[in-house]
Design a binder for this molecule. Structure first.
Ligand SMILES: Cc1cc2nc3c(=O)[nH]c(=O)nc-3n(C[C@H](O)[C@H](O)[C@H](O)COP(=O)(O)OP(=O)(O)OC[C@H]3O[C@@H](n4cnc5c(N)ncnc54)[C@H](O)[C@@H]3O)c2cc1C
Length: 536
């Protein structure tokens, strides 16, 4: 679903420690750590083979083939949260369902030979938000926003005035998403437009989500231009200038029209599997669960793993942690306890994904439905918490990428997300109870009265689903990074969705950026070694 995500900036890479220490400089070659002397050594070890880790690895291999690396993954498969399943004629997603097709993710897909697998949904499809018993299509442009019924006239006037800067000034504190949007666009626009997106994207609580961390690209418009409208115009100009510097768009990339979303033929897992395949099994190691990362005297790191071959130890000049924050915390606990303490502060609420299938005839497509006549042809629907529906949102899986034949003929499959920061009790529900809950909600909006329980395609409960970019998020992240630095861990980078932003596209973009940072760090390290090696 369309949304914007935080883009915390990367710290500039610092010179390697060997450069910074005066006097007692440690020669990288001179130091030998007995415990790891026989261990395999790599320029970089990446922990986690989700989209973040794989994007970093793929970019490193492409830009810097001599860079030696491993990508280590605890599970027996790559993809992390991306979990496409297929069985009995169904293809369904247990984690993310689609991505915003920005150029970085499309470029990686093309580079890894997946150009023909890219799927883009119909940009004219509607996204619906439930309000007062009606599923209302989100306005696609300014005229529909002004003339349509999504907001009342007072709501539209308040949003319009706020957008041009007639609204209370920004307070001298970090605002929540709720505070920021209500102040700028009014309470109605917040309740009808933004609140359901906070549920749909973060499964979060907008009164706790930080506007700067969770919606950074929108939040910055106000300081940039003095109002959202002027800020947006300035941001557009910045983007156009950047485009001029970057030159023409890669002609291999498909045209992205309107507010579409993307997937891949056969489901999202095609993407991480394609990246892993082009990296090769010498680089990507599954069932390698990191237990501990420790720092060596020569500024390298020793990583200890549980693997199918037993305990395995490797040494790396740089480490990228893309596993969830609580995993990174446990692995760094001994080496950098303060960093671990900060990393443990990030909160991941539970979410369940419940995919069910109904006969096509079960849906109210006759105008008597909450949906407009014509029915289930959109992306899906979101349910503001005030509307008495427990399900956070429902994706019309059968309509979204309909050419990918993801369900048997005559059926219509929907994916429901339920739970999140404001409904953590879903972890206590059985699979049957979860199906019952989403079915009851669907009866209230899109199903004909009396429709029997659906066929259950797949239920997955994510006990720790999506990191919350709550108030103070960026400070805690900075705290963790500073504590790592204080522990002498300059070569250990934090990555993954709690640093980059939770959207798949943003994870890829950040992974690509991080590859550049690693290249710079390792090149600096090599230069340090060369400088310390006496000329012959
Ligand atoms: C239910 C759900 C729905 C979502 N819907 C969408 C959506 O529609 N669109 C969207 O853009 N985003 C969505 N997201 C968010 C998106 O999926 C994630 O932000 C993104 O996949 C994170 O990728 P990552 O590589 O940073 O982390 P992860 O995918 O979490 O990858 C981290 C990897 O680290 C591994 N790991 C863990 N412990 C260890 C260890 N000890 N040793 C080695 N490896 C370890 C894990 O197994 C995992 O593979 C959704 C997320 C969830 C949970």
């Amino acid at each position: 679903m369309a949304a914007v995500y935080a883009a915390p900036s990367l710290a500039r890479p610092r010179a390697p420690r060997a450069f910074r220490k005066s006097g007692a400089r440690v020669s990288v070659r001179a130091v030998r750590v007995t415990a790891t002397a026989d261990a395999a050594k790599y320029d970089t070890v990446i922990i986690g083979a989700g989209v973040s880790g794989l994007s970093t690895a793929f970019t490193l291999k492409k830009d810097c083939p001599a860079h030696t690396m491993l990508v280590t993954e605890a599970r027996d498969r790559v993809g992390g949260n991306i979990t496409t399943r297929s069985e009995n004629g169904y293809i369904w997603e247990e984690g993310p369902n689609s991505y915003q097709p920005g150029d970085p993710i499309l470029t990686l897909a093309c580079d890894a030979g997946m150009k023909d697998d890219i799927l883009l949904a119909d940009p004219n499809s509607d996204r619906f938000v439930l309000w007062d018993g009606e599923l209302r299509a989100l306005p696609k442009d300014i005229p529909t926003a002004v003339l349509g019924t999504f907001l009342t006239w007072p709501g539209k006037i308040r949003a319009g005035l706020g957008a041009i800067g007639i609204r209370p000034p920004a307070p001298d504190k970090e605002e929540s998403v709720k505070e920021f949007v209500s102040r700028n666009l009014g309470v109605e626009a917040f309740e009808r437009l933004i609140e359901p997106f906070c549920s749909g994207v973060y499964a979060g609580d907008p009164a706790l989500l930080s506007s700067v961390a969770a919606t950074g690209r929108v939040q910055r418009l106000e300081p940039l231009g003095g109002s959202l409208v002027v800020g947006a115009l300035k941001a557009q100009k910045e983007a156009a200038d950047l485009k001029k510097i970057r030159g023409p768009r890669d002609p291999r990339l498909p045209a992205v029209l309107g507010q579409t979303v993307g997937s891949f033929r056969g489901g999202l897992k095609t993407f991480p599997e394609g990246l892993a395949k082009s990296l090769g099994s010498d680089i990507v190691k599954t069932e390698w669960k990191v237990k501990k990362v420790s720092k060596n005297e020569d500024d390298t790191f020793t990583l200890t793993y549980d693997t199918p071959e037993g305990e395995t130890v490797v040494v790396a000049t740089t480490v990228v942690m893309t596993a969830p924050a609580y995993v990174a915390a446990a692995a760094c606990e001994e080496m950098a306890p303060e960093a671990a303490r900060a990393l443990n502060k990030f909160y991941y609420p539970p979410v369940a994904s419940v995919t069910v299938s109904y006969p096509e005839t079960a849906f109210r497509l006759d105008g008597a439905s909450a949906l407009p006549t014509g029915g289930l042809t959109g992306f899906g629907q979101l349910h503001p918490r005030s509307q008495g529906i427990r399900t956070l949102g429902t994706i019309y899986s059968s309509s979204l990428f309909k050419d990918d034949n993801r369900q048997p003929e005559g059926e219509f499959m929907i994916l429901n997300y339920i739970g999140g920061a404001r409904d953590v009790d879903i972890v206590n529900l059985s699979e049957e109870e979860l199906v019952q809950a989403v079915h009851e909600d669907a009866l209230k909006t899109i199903l004909k009265p009396g429709t029997p329980l659906p066929k259950t395609v797949g239920v997955r409960v994510w006990e720790k689903a999506i990191p919350q970019f709550n108030l103070g998020h960026l400070d805690v992240l900075a705290e963790a990074k500073a504590a790592l630095k204080d522990s002498g861990c300059d070569g250990l980078l934090l990555g993954g969705n709690y640093t980059a932003g939770v959207a798949l596209g943003r994870c890829v973009e950040f992974g690509v950026e991080q590859a550049k940072e690693l290249e710079a760090y390792v090149a600096g390290k090599a230069a340090a070694v060369a400088a310390e090696t006496p000329a012959r």
